[in-house]
Design a protein around this ligand. Structure first.
Ligand code: ADP
Ligand code: GN1
Ligand code: MG
Length: 369
């Protein structure tokens, strides 16, 4: 983890930090979290006040002003419905009153009040942790069920349009800009063999058979803050992709990340499986917390959502690998290929376990929770 010294804080970072209405002067600034897109820092001021300071990746989020407007609207809505301010992100205004700083030299920045006494998990230590994450993501759907979805901007068009993700993948194969196609033959073949499944939700959407809801769209477990004392879920973070979407995708993305027996970039594939106990815990928490904001038809499709999100994520990692790693942050040259392999291993494992996944979800739905 990179900890900037006082001298470094007083450089570019201090110039940015000074533009926000922070209480005091920053004296410490540490890189924070494990996100692959934005850059996140934990800032401590001489007053003791703590903040999250983030540089938004504007190559990925092309209209960050609309994105911040979404976050403003959604957090205001949530704030009216939660009991404590620790349950919702609070943007810190800049000196001009806007909730961001768009700086010509240093980029697009925002800040949040740091939710003290909280932590996040890159993997669940127990089924209980994952159940807590499920309650938080399900509750997020439920609390936003009456939010006017059409007022939200689509921050990344076609984000979970798996069909267009496949189009981009096939273009990357055809272009082969880095000459990497030969190194990824097996993965390309696997992706193509799964293509018929990729349109499962887009087809139902086109027929008007699925409702669009306000969803989170990036439901990795590390986007849940837990309370240090009670180890219960407090707050959902990383709201950049909150926009109209499908509830099965929120479920599925959480499963492909959090119910895997290994990290997203585990190189030893023999360690990568879907953990059915974690799957069941998440299904129980999520369905319970969604309450009336999920239909029977959507519940039935949750296992398909898990397989689809693992497939889509694998295809996105593969596309980025073939395109020269321009999207996801990498730590070594084959990182995206390694990530793609874990996702495809999960797809294959979920295919085998689909009867059990369906049975678990049906039982949860039948018995109530
Ligand atoms: P990224 O896009 O880098 O994933 P996140 O918004 O998810 O950015 O933040 C990264 C990490 O920072 C989260 O996983 C969480 O641990 C922590 N975090 C984010 N916002 C807050 C906050 N307001 N208070 C405390 N911790 C936070
Ligand atoms: C990115 O930003 P982060 O790390 O939470 C990505 C997700 C992927 C995830 C894979 C905006 O999430 O869609 O599932 O990496 N976010 C964006 O780890 O593309
Ligand atoms: Mg995150």
């Amino acid at each position: 983890m990179c900890i900037l010294s006082l001298r470094q804080v007083s450089g570019a970072m201090l110039e940015i930090a000074r533009k926000f209405r922070f209480l005091g002067t920053p004296v410490r600034c540490e890189a924070h979290g494990s996100g692959l897109i934005n850059k996140t820092y934990h800032v401590v001021c001489d007053s003791g006040a703590e903040y999250i300071l983030q540089k938004v990746n504007t190559d990925v989020f092309k209209d960050p002003v609309s994105l911040m407007r979404n976050i403003d609207l959604v957090t205001r809505h949530l704030r009216q419905r939660v009991k404590s301010e620790r349950e919702v992100l609070s943007p810190v205004p800049a000196s001009d009153g806007k909730i961001y700083v768009d700086d010509e030299a240093h980029g697009f920045w925002r800040a949040y009040h740091f939710i003290t006494g909280s932590f996040s998990l890159d993997s669940a230590a127990s089924a209980g942790d994952f159940y807590q994450g499920a309650l938080a993501f399900g509750r997020f759907i439920d609390l936003l069920a009456d939010f006017p979805a059409d007022t939200l901007a689509e921050t990344i068009p076609g984000f979970h349009d798996t069909v267009s993700r496949y189009r981009a993948f096939k273009e990357a194969v055809a272009l082969d800009v880095c000459g990497r196609v030969k190194k990824a033959q097996r993965e390309i073949y696997f992706a193509l063999s799964q293509e018929p499944f990729a349109s499962v939700f887009m087809d139902l959407l086109a027929k008007g058979e699925l409702p669009l809801r306000v969803t989170h769209n990036d439901t990795k477990l590390n986007n849940v803050l837990f309370d240090r004392e009670t180890r219960t879920a407090l707050c959902i973070v990383d709201l950049d992709t909150v926009m109209p979407g499908l509830v099965m995708n929120d479920f599925g993305d959480a499963i492909r990340f959090g119910a895997s027996t290994a990290a997203e970039d585990e190189a030893d594939l023999s360690r990568v499986h879907l953990d059915l106990e974690l799957f069941a815990a998440f299904a129980r928490g999520f369905i319970k917390a969604c309450g009336k904001s999920i239909t029977r038809e959507e519940i039935e499709l949750l296992p398909a959502g898990a397989k689809l999100m693992a497939l889509e994520c694998g295809v996105r990692f593969l596309t980025d690998y073939l395109s020269g790693d321009t999207y996801f942050r990498i730590n070594y040259p084959d990182h995206n290929l390694v990530r793609c392999r874990t996702q495809f291993k999960l797809v294959a494992d979920m295919e085998k376990k689909m009867p059990q996944m369906n049975r678990i979800v049906a039982e949860v739905a039948r018995e109530g929770v």
